[in-house]
Design a protein around this ligand. Structure first.
Ligand SMILES: Nc1ncnc2c1ncn2[C@@H]1O[C@H](COP(=O)(O)OP(=O)(O)OP(=O)(O)O)[C@@H](O)[C@H]1O
Ligand SMILES: [Mg+2]
Length: 265
């Protein structure tokens, strides 16, 4: 039932974590909608979606046409048009493509929008995430754009929880501190820190010393399988079992999985 965002500095491993988490939850019996909110989408690759399926993905921004078709109104600056039109529940089904139990949605980009601005996309995505009613055992995981700038006016306010991914290094921890501050201001109910690309105890100590007292929900090692999977176009969940086990442990630690452990292949 929760709507979860994954945020962090560029390149820390948001997509890596989102992709593995999606499969972990699917394996635990959840219906998972994985939303790639990055205008340069890569989540499908981490999920190992075959090219034929990726070709079928309809970007969420094309919902604008669907909404016009149903209501006669173009989406405005707010999510108000969704209140006029209660039929948003079919959108994830209609716009997603499923593979190995994960339903992938891509935000896409609005052609002709100002260079570097994802404002119209964010408006549409925010409306969808805000008004989407999830059933029992359905989860939305949103792989966010890097950084903090988009969070305030974007979709972040509509989520139930946010993972903030960090890597050993001052820069990602600085960005994480900004994200945490903003998430607190927005009133996001749960905020979970995840360390990635950890090489050993020293890295963990460094990260723990820069979290301002916040606890880590868990950590993932620097793992060559991630690079291998990327080169082979394989789903990371299948190619990196150790990573998958650790993501599962994080999902348990943060209360997303309650069932007894099932072995990760
Ligand atoms: N645990 C890991 N071990 C080794 N390499 C990793 C690990 N996690 C991520 N990487 C590599 O780091 C790079 C960035 O990872 P990823 O794309 O998941 O980050 P991101 O935060 O989504 O980046 P962006 O901000 O560009 O969206 C990729 O090349 C990925 O293969
Ligand atoms: Mg990414």
């Amino acid at each position: 039932m929760p709507k979860i965002a994954v945020a962090g500095k560029g390149g820390v491993g948001k997509t890596t974590f989102s992709g593995v988490l999606a499969r972990v939850l699917a394996a635990a019996g959840e219906k998972v909608y994985a939303i790639d909110a990055d205008p340069n989408p890569t989540l499908g690759q981490v999920l190992g979606f075959p090219e034929e399926l990726m070709a079928q993905v309809v970007p969420i921004v094309q919902m604008a046409d669907l909404i016009e078709e149903r209501t006669g109104a173009r989406p405005g600056e707010s999510g108000a048009y969704f209140r006029l039109n209660p039929r948003v529940d079919d959108i994830p089904e209609r716009f997603s493509v499923a593979y190995q139990g994960v339903h992938l949605l891509e935000m896409g980009t609005v052609k002709g929008a100002g260079a570097g601005c994802v404002c119209p996309e964010n408006t549409i995505l925010r409306a969808l995430v805000t008004h989407l009613l999830l059933r029992e055992r359905e989860t939305v995981i949103m792989d966010m754009v890097a950084g903090v700038e988009h969070l305030g006016r974007g979709t972040a306010a509509a989520v139930d929880a946010m993972y903030v991914v960090v890597e050993p290094g001052q820069r990602s921890l600085g960005v994480a501190a900004d994200i945490v501050r903003l998430a607190d201001e927005l009133g996001i109910p749960a905020l979970w820190m995840v360390a990635n690309k950890v090489r050993g105890e020293q890295d963990l100590d460094f990260i723990r010393g820069h979290l301002g007292g916040r606890k880590l929900a868990g950590w993932l090692p620097r793992d060559d399988h991630v690079v291998e999977a990327d080169m082979q176009g394989r789903a990371l969940y299948d190619a990196a079992p150790e990573l998958a086990r650790r993501v599962e442990a994080i999902a348990r630690e943060t209360g997303l999985i309650h069932e007894p452990s099932v072995p990760v292949p």
